[in-house]
Design a binder for this molecule. Sequence first.
Ligand code: UT7
Length: 351
Amino acid sequence: MSYKNISLSRPGIYVPPRTHVDPQKDPNVITNQDLEKMVDTNDEWITRRTGIKERRIEHYLGVHEMGAKAAEAVLKVKGYDGKDIDEIIFCTNKHHLGQEFKHHAGYVGEVINVRDGIPMHDEAAGCPSALYGIRAARNNLIAEKDKNKILVVAAEKLTSFTNYKDRSMCVLFGDAAGAYILERSKNPGILEIVTHGKPDRKKVLGLKRGMGFQIKPSDDFSLGKFKFEEKEDNYIYMDGQEVMKFASEAMSEAVHEVVEKAGYALKDVEVIVPHQANLRIINSARKNLKKKGSKGEIIVNIEEYGNTSGASTILAHHEGLERKIIRPGMLVVKVTFGAGLNWAAMLFKQE
Ligand code: UT7
C-alpha cells in the first residue's frame, strides 16, 4: 500500500447555532455593530482590515463538548459508529475547564462510545493543530496495520481567551469545531502533507496572564446583548503586523512546497482552502500564488465566522463542499499557520 492510499472524509462540523434571524438580537453571534458598543472601533475599520463581519461565540459548551459534537457529525457523514474507530486525536490550543487531565480525546471517546483499548490523545500546535493531527493519523495508519479508521477532531474556543476591551484582538476570533475520519482506501486520498515550525523568539503570538473582560449573554436584553465580567485570566496577545508578514509568506511557500513534493504543479490544484485569519493575508497569498501559476479557486468564509483557529480550514472545507466548489475527485490544498510559530499544508483528492 502506498502512503497516498489514506482517504480524508468529508468533514463534520459544529458551530454555535444561530438563535435569531436578526444577528443583532442573537447572543451566539458577535457582529461588528456589537463590537462598536464594546470598544473604540467601527464596522468600516474591521471590514477593511480583516474582512470579518460576524463571529460565533459558544457560551455553554466546553471545547471538549464542541469537539464531541463535530465527532458525532462526521460519524453520521460516514455512517459509522464509535465502535468502528481505532484511534482518536483531539487537536486544540484550548485546555481549560480542568480538562488537561484527562485529555479531550478521552471525553470524545466516552461520548461516541468507542471500544476499550484504543489510543486517545491530544495535539496542540497552534492554528495548524488539525493538520498536525491529520499527519499523525496518516502516519499511524501507515505504520500500524491493525488500525483502519482514525478520528481527528479540532475544536477551538478562542473567545474565552479574548479580552473584549482590547480592540486589536476582540474583533478577530470565533468558536467552532470540525472532525474528519481518515482510513485506508483503494484510491489515493491524502497525497502529501508538509508541517513546519520555528520558535516564536520575538514573542509575537501567545497568551499573557492579566485582567481582562469576558462576555456572557445578558440577563436583560433591554440592557444589551452581552454583559461583561472582569476577570484575571490568560488573554491572547499578538503583534499583528509581524504575524501578517510571516503568514503571507508561509502560506504561499507551503502551498508551493506541498504540491511540488507530491509531483504536481501549482496549475493542477483546483481549490485552495486557506486558514481564515485575515482577508488581507488570504488576498496576499492569492496574489503570490497566481504569480507562480496557480489557477485554483480560494474558499473564503471569514466574513461569517472570523478566525476559528484550528477549526477554520475545516469550516471552509465544509463550505466549499456545500457550495459545490469542491467536488469528488478534485485536487485540493489546505494551508494554515499560527502560534508556535507553526505552518502546514496538505494536498488531497476530495473523496
Ligand atoms: O490565526 C492566528 C494568526 N493571526 C493572524 O493571522 C492575525 C494577523 N494580523 C492581523 O490580522 C492584523 O495585523 C490585525 C487585524 C490584527 C491588525 O491590523 P493592522 O492593519 O496590522 O493594524 P495595526 O495593528 O497596525 O493597527 C493600525 C491602527 C493602530 O492605530 P495607530 O497606532 O495607527 O493610531 C491601532 O491602534 O489601527 C488601530 N486599531 C484599531 N482601530 C479601530 C487596532 N485595532 C483596531 C480596531 N478598530 N479594532
